[in-house]
Design a protein around this ligand. Sequence first.
Ligand code: PMT
Length: 394
Amino acid sequence: MSQQQAISLAFSLASSSSSSSAASSDTSCPSSPTSIMSAPVDEDAYFSTQPPPASLPAQIEASTVFIQRHAAAGRRVVLITSGGTTVPLEKQTVRFIDNFSAGTRGATSAEYFLEAGYAVIFLHREFSLVPYARHFSHSTTGSFLDFLEEDGRGNVRSKDTRMGDVLRRYTTARTEGTLLTISFVTITDYLHSLRAISRLMAPLGPRGLLYLAAAVSDFFVPESRMAEHKIQSTDVAMPADEEEFDNFDNAPRVARSKRLVIDLDPVPKFLKNLVDGWAPEGMITSYKLETDPSLLVHKARHSLGRYQHHLVIGNLLATRKWEVCFVSPGREDQWLRVGKKDGSAWTEAQVKALQAGRVPKEEPSGEVESLIIPAVRDLHDEHIKTSQARSHCQ
Ligand code: PMT
C-alpha cells in the first residue's frame, strides 16, 4: 500500500464514526468506550532507532522532582509544548528543515497558566520565546537594551512601564519554583522529551494537563539515512581523479552544482500513544494549525476523532492572534475572539472576514490567551470531576 493510500485509509476509518469520544461532560456512570479510532503506533521502532538528546536524563530528573513537589502541594501541573521542531539533514548538522512557530502561543499561555495557579513545565524550542522575557526579546526592530537607560553613573533602569510588573511576576514564578523550562531542537529530541515527561505526569491522574502548542514536523530523515558530514553542493572537494567539471565551453573549469533531492519519512503520529499509554488519565489538548479556513474545523474534528483526546484548539495562521476555535467531544464548537483595541464591537462582516482568514486592520485589544487559558481551565475542572465520578463507579 502506498503512503498516500495509507493516509487516505486512516482518514476514512476515522471519519466513519466521528461521534464517539473519550471524554464527556456527563458525570453519570458511563458505558465503556466502544471504538478506538486509530491504533497506537509502534513506539519501539522509532525510539530505539532515533537517539535521544544527551540532556534527557537531566530533564527526567528535574521533571520528577518538579512534578512530585507540586503534586504533594496539591497543585495542578501543565506540560506546555512550544515552538517549532527541526529536521536535521546531516548528523553534524549544518542544514535543517524547520517548522513555523515563534513560540508566542506557548510562552504567552505559560504566563496565564501560572496566573491560574498551575505549575508549568515549559518544553520549548531552544531560543524561541519564553515566558516573561518574551515581552522584551526577539524584537525585529531593536534590542532589549532599548528598554533600558543609564543615568551616567552606571545605574540602569527601565524606560518601559511594563517591565516592573513583568519582573515581579517572573520573580514570583522563580521564587515559588512553579516554572520549569526544558528545551529541544530537533523533532527527535522533542518526541523523546515529550514521551519521558508525559509518562512522569501519569501519576498526577486527571490533574495533569498536556497542552501541545508546538509545531511538530510531519516528515524527517531517519538516523540510518542521514549523512554524517555537511552535504556538498558541488564536487569540488572530491579527489582530483573523481572531479566532474562543466567545461563544455573550454572556459576556466567550473565545479558543477548538484541538485539536492531529500527523501523524508513520515513522523509517526504519537498522539494516540500519549492518550492511551503515556498520560492516560490526564487532560490532553492539542492545537491544529491551518492556512485554509475551509479546512480548519474539519481537520480539528478529524484529529479529535482519530486520537480520542479532550480538546483541539483550531487556529488559522493569519488570524491566530485574534481568534481560535475550541473543538471538544459532546460540545458545540466555540470561537474565542479578543476585542478590538478601539473598544468597538466586531461587526458580522468583520467576523466573517476573520473566519475567512483575513487579517483585520484593527489591533487586538489584548492577548487571546487571556481567553483561552480560563476556558481550558474550566474544561480541566470538568475533566477532573468526570474522572472522579468514573472512578467512583468502578
Ligand atoms: O508560536 P506561534 O508563532 O504563536 O504559533 C503558534 C502555532 C500556530 C504554531 C500554534 O498555535 C499551533 O497551532 N500549534 C500546532 C501546529 C501543528 O503542528 O499542528 P499539526 O497539525 O502538525 O499537529 C497537530 C497535533 O498533532 C499537535 O498537537 C502535535 O503535537 C501532534 N502531532 C503532530 C505531528 C506528529 N508527527 N505527531 C503528532 O502527534
